[in-house]
Design a protein. Sequence first.
Length: 498
Amino acid sequence: MTANYNFIELLSKYQFITLSMKALRTTLILKLVFLYQLGYSQNYSKIDSIVNYFITTHGIKGIGIVATENGKITYLEAKGIANPNSEFTDSTQVYIASNTKAFIALCIAKMAFSNQLKYSDPITRYIAGKYFTDSIDADNTTIRDLLNHTHGLSNDPLTFRTAYSGEYPADLQQLLKFTVYRDDRLSKKFKYSNLGYLMAGMIIENVSGKKWQEYLETEILSPLGMRATGTAMNFNPDLEILPYTFKNNEPLLKSRKSENTLHAAGGIYSTLPDMGKWLGLLTSGTQQIVNPLLIKQYLNGTTSVEEREAGGLVYSKTYGNGWIFGDLMNKKSIYYSFGRFNGYESVMSFDPASKKGVYVYVNERVGGVYVAAVLSSYFYFVSEADPRADELIDPILGIIKKVYSSPIDQLSKIFHYKDSHDLTGIYKSNEYGTLMLDKTAEGYIFQLGKMRSIGYAGKTENEIIVEWTPGIREHLFILTGDGKIKIQYGDFDIFERL
């Protein structure tokens, strides 16, 4: 939906021709009232044009955008398809991935504001030290470190199992025993990962006595009126957005999210209008839903990052509470965050100076994040009537064109094991769970939690390539040195057959 429709466009878009004249007048009035309430005033035809360009030129399935100014939605558009059965609409449920971190951080901010905890508190005040090994001095890690990614810790089993395989104990704290120092020693250097926010979810639960999902719902989502937003997939499947890869008309169901892979670092489904409410909170100068002093504290306490990415087009100056502050695709000095998970690609951002914000969602894996980022920056240029808008994004369009002009390399050679030993069976890793192997007429099938893939031949006789998500390759190796068959999963761990 965009502003400044003429009468004929309204007739065509909403099929008013089929209505009686009385119904036509009533519907038209209601629609105009709706647009007025959203605060539509700017002509965003340039945004519409570039969205259409991406869909028609690069075969992107769906693009959704919602923008706010001074706390009100000023633009909302959904184009393309969400899944094989449904168009992308403002009712479509989108997985916001790591943008969840900003919500979790606001939960912690609310607790800090009400003196239930302090950012400077050691994490062991809220997570028992018994869950960590003696090699970890958890007393020297603070809640602020968790939210700023300066904790210096690593725990691949915990982050992998919550985001990908979905196989983990009911009490996630039990997996903290696999925590190690990222650089083999305590370091406060910034390094992005899910771990800090997974632990923040544990702290929310231990302080409030509620699951982090319940606390988020009652303390943040409900007050904001985000009724279509939640941490469960309890909605009509026809409303669910599915991930795609360009040049592939089938959704990547292998990378589709599931209930057991929705976690505190990336576990929210929402809609475009609800994300508009979220950005409205951060772009309003008069809102009283959340104490403005709390919001101010929430956006402070950051750590220096000073990193450049995407050829210098993304410049991160500071990070804190789920937000990067810096330059996004030539748009200077804004807060932004990426939400990425194998075809669920989005960028949310807001400009504190102009009190504008925008959320962009693209359901395409290969270059979707670039598209979301460039549309975000382009929105600001257009809304500010910057005559250089097209010039500023032109280099980025060139990058995107190269991404989508590259052929997709398909695997074809199926793995066949020549040894007399049969590989089928159940393999176990204490850190990563259970790997199951089955042999079919098509070849060996590997399953790790919810992830499943046929095995493809690697460069060596005992090397196997699996694609839990098509296009993303993982390497397994058959080990038989001690007479027992084991499977090494990349650099992660060795699975032993039961």
